[in-house]
Design a protein around this ligand. Sequence first.
Ligand code: AOF
Ligand code: ZN
Length: 353
Amino acid sequence: MRDEDEKFMRLALELAKRGEGWTNPNPMVGAVIVKDGKIIGVGWHRKFGEKHAEINAIEDAKAKGYDVRGATMYVTLEPCSHWGKQPPCADRIIQEGFKRVVVAMEDPNPLVAGQGIEKMRKAGIEVEVGLLEEEARKLNEIFLKYITTKLPFVSIKLALTLDGFIATETGSSKWITGEKARQRVQELRRKHMAIMVGSGTVLADNPRLNCRLENCPEKVKVILDRSGRVADEMRKGRKFRLFEDGRVIFFTEKPEKFKGIAEAYPITEPAKILKKLGELGIDSVLVEGGRIACQFLSLADKLYLFYGPKLFGRGIKPFECLKVENTKEAPLLRIESIERLGESFLVTAYPGW
Ligand code: AOF
Ligand code: ZN
């Protein structure tokens, strides 16, 4: 029984991932309905504001002509008990006559927080909680942070040489990693609502900062431009590609320079920038600018370090602001994984502080 449960929950987790990038700032959720050992319906939360996973799974089973009465539902997040953009899933599960519900994790949303589980139990449904909980928590690490703190999940992405440089002394950085690694960056962009860089990157590279995968929503582009250099250039007639799609937000000491050109806030302190992004409904930010990385290091939730097979000897280092003198003082990272991407590799790590 336990083995079977795990198999169905793994499938629910896989289904949930199909919503990646589309559900923010809501969680990714997957659901599988099983009756007499057979999968009769599957569903996932496809897009923010749209139907929840459980409802999609129930509708899938019904469309195939199945009766869900007496069935078991496997769902990666506690079914909701509140009225949001959608009606409460727990009520629907009760109405439909499910016998058993297996939940990977409780919903940390204070509006739910165990009440969905309680409601279903009170209605006589067998509810089990905690199957593959670790995987479910990892899947929704962005949602977990945002719903509990109202601050965005901060990831820092860097492309480094094997000797730890992000650019040569003259500022050249194209390219340190190979094509496969750069493709992987696109996946990271899909996962995060916003991409953040400094004005230096915008002026030097004129990047699009979009997500070029087939299945990817528009990104919010966040530019740190203390002195308003991008606005100055725009007034001179220069066109920037980052305006081609998505929302663009500047943080600057000179908001007046952006009047009539772009959305800008008079904030430059990293912690305050994050607070503002949270207030704007942005649940995650991928810091891609190497030169701003160190400012956000102490606030980071995750690091994505891509290493290319090159050596520069001299050049620009990403974390010089740390100034570690003794090895004992060095901040420690907890490595989550190491992925080989052609001749490059990706180290994913969580800050240990
Ligand atoms: C579920 N299944 O598939 C999702 C859930 O505004 P709403 O109605 O879409 O509600 C959003 C909240 O509902 C969200 O913050 C989270 O707590 C929960 N999301 N719950 O049972 C789902 N996406
Ligand atoms: Zn729901």
